[in-house]
Design a protein around this ligand. Sequence first.
Ligand code: PLP
Length: 394
Amino acid sequence: MVEHIYMDYNSTTPIAPVVIEKMADAMKKIYANPSGLHHLSRDAMDVVNSSREKIMNMLGAGEGRIVYTGSGTESDNLGIIGFARSNKNKGRHIITSSIEHPGVLNACKYLESTGFDVTYLPVNSNGEVEPEALENSIRKDTILVSVMYANNETGVIQPIKELVEISHRKGIEFHTDAVQAAGKLRIDVKNLGVDMLSISAHKFYGPKGVGALYIRDGINLDPIIYGGGHEFGLRSGTLNVPGIVGMETALDYSMKNFDDGALRIRTYRDELERHFLESIKGLTLNGGVKNRVFNTFNVTIPGVKGGEMVVMLELYNIFVSSGSACSSKKKKPSHVLISMGLTEKESNSSLRFSLGKFNTHDDVEKAKQLVPYVVERVRNTHARDCNKVAKGGA
Ligand code: PLP
């Protein structure tokens, strides 16, 4: 079998073997509907609640609740739209950032269409939201701030604690999309001070199609899905028991030997990044390096297009992303890089490398050889095409 050099972990992670084992076991044994009355159902609900408690503990939540959702996107939607609907009598202004995932941005756009006002905070050239920008945007009718913990394209970590303090001083609640932070940072909701936090299992070696929203005690939400009233009336729908078991197992797996794992992946990331900076002419890094998750780097490579690089690298079994996974098919420049001040052309020449637990040093060595080679090939092809056009036109 051809070995894949998979460096697209921010898009999704492979599922850890221990997660597959636990999920398969749950699928075989815990098949009853957790909402039923008989003891098989009660046993299933015990499993769901035991996972809930363990996830709460792993997120540092002494109080509050976890509501299971079908994705990170749904968790973002429930946190933002559910909060807005429930608290609209207090005000109709929401603040978010211009670099959020579409799960947040489009939830906000929807709220705008229903009469809410949304401010989209800019970021500096490092890709960070500046606390003063938040301070200056707060209004009397602001009810919620939602800023992501770590950005999916650049890996840049936002100053969440500071942003929470500013918001709370004015009595405004805070949601964070921690989908790219879970498994890459030690999350402690109490220490961060956030009121709501979203995660998604497939970003930390768990299954796709299961996420969660942490909600602090005292925060009121309206549901955004209506039905049988599962999950404290906030998320109707029969619970995905194997998915929930998988998410709990994956969060535990991603946090085990955290420091050693992070150090190894950071070393690989830094080695690759340094090599590309030295060997690919004109290559520049996107995003600040000081506050960045350990696995990600994003570069602009003049003379190539991100999309064509993805396709060319695939021929050599290297798998990366241009822009975010969700926007890369739309052929639109990355809204994150544009917000950081890149031109459309620079943004369209960007590539994201995101590494993870299953990468080896051999992967790094192969990528070090192949990526600069492919860049040269693509650049030479463009140069030949240009020459042909120039000669044809002469
Ligand atoms: N938020 C961020 C920062 C993400 O990177 C993603 C996925 O790429 C999501 C939310 C959405 O998560 P899901 O794919 O589970 O809907």
